[in-house]
Design a protein. Structure first.
Length: 370
């Protein structure tokens, strides 16, 4: 099921938030209905494609779960390292306090038992007696402070050791979760391979395959036009991000070689460009905007659309996973996904489109030359 989300930037006034929300809900329902109508035109033939959507969606979720777990593990490892360093500092400070306390006790020992009584009996000069009494008082206070400091350090060390124990327990759990998710990823990858093989086997010729790809493209075009039309009718559109000023100077969404140019008519990819890149490579936003779509779509696989205002949208397809969600504001250079081969592609690459008013325009006129 397609999922579309849209909200105006907070810098715009929102006089009737309830009406705007109803409008957004209606937009999502209309796109969903369109998707169901399009899907109903070939349910029997598209059973394998529905299975492909399911397994590729689960693959994306598994990749994201793995990324989340690995990020948590990295954070826990960093925290563990910091705690170990903190523990070492506490232990060194406690050892220093013990050494200083031992020196104080040794000084008191040299004075023998009942030093105050000895001072009283042996000193004839009252001033000297006061000086020695003050010394003994300071020594006693210092000893008490050392003992308090040692107690504080012992408590801090115990807390640090407890935190270390908790993190180690979580790391052990994470290791099990990562192993399970890795096994699930391998399983889903095998399932996807089987589904793609089933899809390929149904074509009697390359012409049949291209005809099916073009049908996928036409259905996707209807959905994309509907999305653009509904966005255009919103009472509070995306504010300008001045993207038109950057034409010819936008960064590449991913570094790689172009393997299919704009309007190269050999299948679904002729409204944009195909950039070859390794699977899992980060895909970044070329300009600021708001994510309005992040969902699996026939012919595109995992597709993410950013609305940049001024009726300009960028499309990023065949993603392995999403790093941004509908409704999220993104800035130039923010990661929005990872390169993949979703949509039944045989190799990993990013499909990238730029659209103005819903119509595709040559992306190579927008991204910087190199």
């Amino acid at each position: 099921m397609l999922a579309l989300w849209y909200a105006p930037a907070v810098t715009f006034a929102q006089p009737n938030e309830s009406a705007a929300r109803q409008q957004l809900d209606a937009l999502g329902q209309e796109i969903d209905s369109l998707s169901q109508r399009l899907s109903a035109t070939g349910q029997a033939r598209d059973s394998a494609e529905r299975e492909l959507k399911e397994v590729e969606t689960e693959l994306a979720d598994t990749h994201q779960r793995l990324d989340t777990l690995q990020a948590e593990r990295r954070q826990l490892n960093e925290e563990t390292t910091q705690l170990l360093q903190h523990r070492d500092r506490l232990q060194a400070e406690r050892d220093a306090q013990y050494t200083a306390l031992a020196q104080q006790l040794a000084a008191l020992y040299r004075l023998g038992p009942t030093p105050q009584l000895k001072l009283l009996l042996n000193q004839n000069d009252p001033a000297e007696l006061d000086r020695m009494q003050a010394y003994l008082n300071r020594l006693t206070q210092a000893r008490q402070q050392r003992l308090a400091d040692i107690g504080r350090l012992d408590t801090a060390l115990a807390d640090t050791q407890h935190a270390l124990s908790e993190r180690q327990t979580r790391l052990d759990t994470l290791a099990d979760e990562l192993e399970a998710q890795s096994a699930l990823l391998a399983q889903r990858t095998t399932e996807r391979r089987g589904v793609v093989a089933t899809l390929d086997d149904r074509y009697g010729s390359e012409a049949d395959r291209l005809a099916d790809l073009n049908q996928s493209r036409e259905q996707a075009e209807q959905q994309l036009r509907a999305i653009q039309a509904e966005l255009a009718r919103l009472s509070q559109p995306t504010p300008t991000t001045h993207i038109t000023r950057t034409q010819g100077d936008l960064p590449w969404p991913v570094q790689g070689s172009i393997t299919a140019d704009f309007q190269r008519r050999d299948g679904v990819h002729y409204n944009g460009i195909v950039i070859q890149a390794n699977e899992g490579t980060a895909v970044t936003a070329v300009h600021s905007g708001r994510v309005v779509f992040a969902e699996w779509m026939r012919g595109f696989g995992n597709l993410l659309i950013i609305d940049h205002g001024d009726q300009i949208m960028t499309l990023h397809a065949h993603l392995q996973q999403f790093s941004a969600r509908p409704g999220q504001q993104v800035s130039r250079g923010d990661e929005i996904g990872r390169v993949g081969n979703s949509g039944g592609q045989s190799r990993s690459a990013l499909y990238f489109e730029v659209r103005r008013g819903g119509e595709p325009i040559n992306p190579q006129r927008w991204i910087a030359r190199r």
